[in-house]
Design a protein around this ligand. Structure first.
Ligand code: GLN
Length: 304
């Protein structure tokens, strides 16, 4: 039999305010960055509620199930598991994407890449997204444009399963008569494609972190995000060389290639594009003022 005081103590913990305070302190002692924010977001997720309800109804009782879920979530976050792998979701371009440990968590910086593509995307265009992961880039582009279609490729089949679920959520299920706007194919970059299919736009956020830098990343990234989504090999440029080397064969004349890059890769990637015959090569910065995107236009047939 548990003592009266043990019940009383647990009862006190089962209200929003007390539970949040317990979560915050647990995450603080585990030295989790932004412990307060994480404690609150996880509580909102466990209780299916929002910030306002937590503020206004701090004394509201929380069910035993919600309480258990919160304790488990705090324990996971204390082990540095990323918040998004616990909740299973990440917002990107105003849309909610499902994520799990098989895909990179979509980053805000990547919205810069999507926005640059959107400026050049016209109705009905055909897009290729290499290293598609959760599908966040391709699906945002299709969501914010009309009658465009695309293929997302990735070497990881478990990642593509996530992308396909995201496609069904974001673009809706297709009837058997309808053509899918997004198709996801497994394979190494262009090898996933059927023959010599051509695209108006090729976009990619490939792995671009130098191998010896990976060990210095935050534990959330280093220990939990898929290594193959991060590792750009010795000089970080491995995938850019391969993508730029092969993209021309899959672009319409005048088609465009858009690549996300690391803050110090603008010069190298621009040079690779120019050497491969791309024109109007431009670098775009992110909101922190770092180089983030490189774009180039493939020479038109007439200009060859
Ligand atoms: N395209 C996905 C993203 O930008 C995955 C990128 C990757 O795995 N390198 O989030």
């Amino acid at each position: 039999m548990r003592s009266q005081s043990a019940y009383a103590r647990e009862d006190v913990k089962r209200n929003y305010k007390e539970l949040y305070e317990w979560g915050r302190q647990s995450l603080c002692s585990a030295e989790i960055p932004e412990a307060e924010l994480n404690a609150r977001l996880l509580l909102e997720w466990c209780c299916g509620t929002d910030r306002n309800a937590l503020l206004v109804h701090g004394s509201r009782a929380v069910s035993v199930e919600e309480c258990d879920r919160y304790r488990q979530a705090i324990a996971q976050r204390s082990r540095r598991i990323p918040l998004q792998y616990i909740t299973g979701e990440q917002e990107f371009m105003g849309l909610t994407f499902l994520v799990n440990e098989n895909v990179l968590i979509p980053r805000q910086d990547t919205e810069i890449l999507v926005e640059e593509v959107l400026r050049n995307l016209h109705d009905g265009m055909h897009i290729l997204d290499l290293c598609t992961g959760s599908g966040c880039i391709l699906l945002s582009l299709l969501h914010y444009s009309n009658a465009s279609t695309g293929i997302g490729t990735d070497c990881s089949e478990p990642a593509l399963q996530v992308a396909r679920q995201n496609a069904a959520r974001i673009l809706g299920e297709c009837t058997p008569e309808e053509k899918e706007r997004a198709v996801f194919a497994q394979g190494d970059l262009f090898e996933a494609l059927d023959g010599e299919e051509k695209f108006d736009i090729i976009v990619s956020n490939p792995p671009y972190i130098r191998t010896n830098v990976i060990k210095t990343l935050m534990p959330e990234v280093r220990d939990y995000e898929p290594l193959q989504a991060l590792d750009g090999r010795e000089d970080g440029l491995f995938f850019y060389r391969r993508i730029i080397g092969q993209a021309g064969a899959h672009l319409q004349g005048g088609g465009m290639l858009f690549l996300e890059i690391g803050y110090d890769q603008g010069e190298d990637v621009s040079r690779l594009l120019r050497e491969a015959g791309y024109r109007q090569v431009e670098i775009f910065k992110d909101y922190a003022g770092n180089d983030r995107v490189v774009q180039g236009t493939y020479r038109s047939i007439a200009a060859k």
